[in-house]
Design a protein around this ligand. Structure first.
Ligand code: UD1
Ligand code: UDP
Length: 377
């Protein structure tokens, strides 16, 4: 069976690395790895860490790229690759523009699509934007739905997806996290010095498009928190998106105990998560990783597609209101019981064997179809 994996951004790289490696190591599977390079440096870091080299690199990233233009260039880039390789299955991950176009380009060639991390929903089309629509559209197109959790499976069933096409596998991010956690890490000196000072660290990341207008409320909340607690510091790896950078720099440049750093290599980032007191983020993947490391996460968004984390008690939605963020951080900084309740290690997102389970499903499908192509929904 020839399986083409199409990825383009940092989180897709982290979460699909275990799958690509498992495909490469499985007899009878031919792996074709396509990197659209919707992200460049941030994804290249990940591929280097996992030792992965794409067979096709479309090199699409442009500074400050617009979604329409990116979408068009993705179609143009992917069509000849699909025609050349004629894979039996195309795997995409999650909800980015690469994910949507990768799935649709394969669908137009009637190639079955496998959707990894299927069934996440907020059911609010503009939150996250444009990811909620992307994942819903891929859900209509996919022949195989690899859901991380039971709740994700139920979301798909509520949309009349054929239950036989859904497998609950856990999230591949746990596979990646476990693999990287076992490796020795060398952090840059700047980070070692920051963590040696004994202060409590709030780790922050922001990048959501729908938050763009309100980002500065998050940053003002951070200023207030470090002013209020002199044993607290912020470590903030700033996303490469130029619009985000401008917004962060405007408010936080030169602030005492607020360390703005370049995006961290994944191994470093995991190390920093482990050594942080709490995480404030609008990221998707970090909502899964931090609970697995026993770190409370304040989610700077109005919605989450990961209610399992909220139910388990490790995620709390705080939106982008300055007041709510200051209040939630203060509670965790001052109230040990409240902190412990959120820091309990309860990881609802998998056991670290998701990639293996995905390959098992594909192998089962290959055996059942006797090499025939399957287009099933
Ligand atoms: C994209 C995804 C989002 C995902 C996020 C992960 C879409 C619509 N958005 O958002 O779902 O959560 O990635 O981070 O698919 N840039 C660099 N170097 C890099 C990466 C990005 O300079 O390695 C800059 C470029 O100027 C680029 C801009 O960031 O144009 C935005 O990148 P883009 O992929 O369009 O959007 P993200 O906000 O990163
Ligand atoms: N991450 C990283 N370095 C950083 C910040 C994040 O390696 O400086 C990792 C993080 O551990 C997670 C992923 O990037 O696995 C999340 O990416 P992002 O927040 O950009 O995207 P999302 O998950 O929201 O789609």
């Amino acid at each position: 069976m020839k399986v083409m994996t199409i990825i383009g951004t940092r989180p897709e790289g982290i979460k699909m690395a275990p799958v690509i490696k498992a495909l490469q190591d499985t007899p009878g599977m031919e792996s074709v790895f396509v990197n659209t390079a919707q992200h460049r440096g941030m994804l290249d870091q990940v591929l280097g860490l996992f030792g992965l080299k794409p067979q096709y690199d479309l090199d699409l990233m442009k500074a400050g790229q617009g979604l329409e233009e990116l979408t068009m260039r993705l179609f143009e880039g992917l069509q000849p690759v699909l025609e050349q390789e004629k894979p039996d299955v195309v795997l995409v991950h999650g909800d980015t523009t690469t994910t949507f176009v990768g799935a649709y380009a394969a669908f137009l060639k009637q190639i079955p699509v496998g959707h990894v991390e299927a069934g996440l929903r907020t059911n609010t089309l503009y939150s996250p934007f444009p990811e909620e629509l992307n994942r819903q559209l891929v859900g209509r197109m996919a022949a195989y739905h690899f859901a991380a959790t039971e709740a994700n499976r139920e979301n798909l069933i509520n949309e009349n997806v054929n239950p036989a096409s859904i497998a609950v596998t856990g999230n591949t991010v746990i596979d990646a996290l476990l693999e990287i956690s076992e490796r020795p890490v060398r952090c840059r000196t700047e980070l070692e010095e920051i963590f040696a000072n004994g202060r409590r660290t709030i780790l922050v990341t922001t990048h959501r498009r729908e938050n763009m207008e309100d980002m500065q409320h998050i940053y003002r909340a951070l200023e207030r928190i470090v002013d209020q607690y002199d044993d607290v510091q912020v470590v903030f790896p700033v996303h490469k998106n130029p619009a985000i950078r401008r917004s962060v720099m405007q408010v936080l440049t030169g602030r005492n105990r607020i360390h703005l750093v370049e995006p961290l290599a994944y191994a470093e980032f995991v190390h920093v998560m482990k050594h942080s007191f709490l995480v404030l983020t609008d990221s998707g993947g970090i909502q899964e990783e931090a609970p697995a490391l026993g770190k409370p996460v304040l989610v700077a968004r109005e919605t989450t597609e990961r209610p399992e984390g909220v139910e388990a008690g490790t995620l709390k939605l705080v939106g982008t209101s300055e007041e709510r963020i200051v209040k939630a951080c203060s509670t965790l900084l001052e109230d040990e019981t409240a902190y412990r309740r959120m820091a309990e290690v309860r990881n609802p997102f998998g056991e670290g064997d998701a990639a293996r389970r995905i390959i098992d499903v594909l192998q089962g499908q290959a055996a059942a179809s006797g090499g025939q192509k399957v287009v099933s929904r």
